[in-house]
Design a protein around this ligand. Sequence first.
Ligand code: BGC
Length: 834
Amino acid sequence: MSLDTAIQPPTADRPLTDLTAALSLEEKVRLVVGAGLWSTTAIPHIGLRAMHVSDGPAGVRGVSDSADETSASFPAPSALAATWDVDLADEVGHVFAAEARRHGVDVVLAPQVNLQRTPVGGRHFECYSEDPLLTGAIAVHVVRSAQDRGVGMCVKHFVANDSETQRTTYLARVDEQTLREVYLAPFEQLVHEAQAWSVMSAYSGIDDGTTAATAAEHRPLLTGVLKDEWGFDGVVMSDWVATTSVVASAEGGLDLQMPGPDGPWGDGLLDAVRSGAVSEELLDAKVLRLLRLAQRVGALDGVEPSGAQRDRVADVDVRGVLRELVSRSMVVLRDDEHALPVAPDDVTRIALLGPNAVHPFVQGGGSAYVRPDHTSTPEAALRDAFGEVEVDVHPGAVSRLLPPALDLAGRCTTPDGHPGALGELLAAEGTVLVTTDVTDWPGWLREVPGPAVALRLRSTVRLDEPGRHEVGVGTVGKHRISVGGQVLSTSEHVVGAEVILDSSVNQPVPATLVIEVTEPTTVEIDALVQVVHPVGYASFARAELVHRVPGTSPDELLAVAVDAAAAADLAIVVVGTNEEIESEGYDRTSLALPGTQDQLVKAALAANPRTIVVVNAGAPVLLPWLDEVPCVLWAWLGGQEWPDALADVLTGITEPTGRLPWTLPAHESDVPVPDAVPVDGVIEYHEGVHVGYRSWLRLDRTPAAPFGHGLGWTTWEYESVSHAVEADGSVVLDVRVRNTGARDAREVVQVYVEPPVPDESRPVRWLGGFAVVHATAGAHADVQVRVDAKAFRTWDNALPGWVTPAGTYPIRVGRSSSDLRLSVDVAVRSPSSA
Ligand code: BGC
């Protein structure tokens, strides 16, 4: 450090531009490149500490890989959107802030405001909705609330990153009107209404008709629209390991390459500035954005951090908020016989059935995953809630393709006869670097020392039970797997970060051997797997040791469950998806419930007509029995409080007030955008602005349940609507609804706008506003819903620019996009451009 920089005045007295001027070129470059997987560079002589970032968006995972670092696991974001409640979104922002502080995190990599363009999208559960307005409104409240408390949020993934197949390379071809009205709209709302402090650019690219480039290099969108037009003054960071160029991304508008220090920036950017390929002025602008973020989160010495309520972070009951949120988010799809709620003294024996009753699936896979602070099961929660009632639990169906984990401590011995497996780390030339006995094996060895290139695991597995056993190993990359002396799989292909990005490392399909056992016997496992040294991430070895025991055939499971249903006075069947189905990194290939779960529902219902079906899934699945089962509850991926929240709903402590933030298809063939498989690397957004329910309406197809649907536990009458037009053209509706049922309840009043005349370039109907209202049984409630003037505008590709076509717009008020109860015509006389 030079004397000059050492004696700079305190940071508080110096504007950020002066701080930039105090940095050497090398320091500036280091500042715009991550210092590690989750941190930025510290520059002590200007009072700058490292900033820490962490995923997001279903909790704050923290920055260590340690199994001891647990976090509050939130319900998947689509559950929050299903409440349509911006006050709850404020509370979620508060919980994000509290969790971020607890983990020493400055910026949370959330929310994700991409849209649920297709129901098969792998990250569907991480998104809020198929509707841009609902997405934007919820996200604005989450971001504002967290940032008000001094914690930054990184809104992702800019833009049109709505599916996972070939996710790091595809190009989304979207016309500008569609981009503006649909996919950019939530980002715009977040910049204008929440002043988001950072944005993450996507892996994928965008072809908007004039420029086709990867997101980080798309100058017209990143610099032109986001920064120049909307005035975004925060940091654009890359998605992880997504930066593939120096000049194009620097010029495009990227401000921070994450992670670092490896990657194309660093030396590459230093050389580019030195050679004049990137101007130092441009680098300074990026540095300034970084420093502004540092100032906001309190990472600059002596500078007052942002956040009006900075000190009000601890003041939140995290578990209480999450429990209320997930119980309120549940959607009553049908309840013909008023089965909900169940009075605990009205049942003596419950058959709790379904694979997800035994292993609830509470969070989707990929970067959103957190190690939960707390775990529970529906069985424990129901026993708690129902007191003396007998609870009989059976999986009843097979839903996972992959066999379960091998019980290493219980069944296995090393070649020396110790419990577990013998683990050896090998160097390139085959030398054994480390030898250890392994009993507690989570399937991974993390942070493997540099010289190790392979892990070998050897063990003898006891097979005591007569019948069909399946034993094997799942891995990624170069390997040689043998079981029972047979080589089951080999590969010479060395892999890197791509297995993290496509999530194949999470659920590797194992090579297995089937062994028919008549007398107790043993089988040897010998697995040699690659140590993966991925750029940007910590090294690891992956070996999922699996074992399927006899007695778990679908028929056997079903028979036991049906008996239990028949013997109970209430059957609760919990069906759903699981880790194999919903994850970042890949899209789904089918909307069907996996395995034999549909059979279980039908058989349980036949055995006991008093059956409630609970769907434990994030994204839509087909429910072919929906019309036959009297009571069906959509219960989401609910995070750590899910089992207790489910019990709260079943026993009537909380009303399930959820309304679907997406459309539930009845048949796969009806789905307007059934897949997102790039053709020659390109995904055509051929449906244009008609995303989600808008396409269903346009094509006149009837889903199993429309966007906005959800019954709650009462009935509502929509009594009246009146409206006033504000000076800026926004419309305020006064709506009166009456709770015509027997319980106090909440309603989500939904307002949809229709075009003055049918017009192919505009949706048949689009969400214009919404509000949650509470009314006691029998009482009416008045609620105001504001339809912003922007709801009437449309993007004219020819201008290009926004226009508001004048005319009489029917505005419809109702309970869903298809259950419309009131209507009012509003004359829009707006000027022609905004
Ligand atoms: C995901 C991002 C995430 C990042 C860091 C990426 O693979 O796309 O959403 O924030 O990893 O985990």
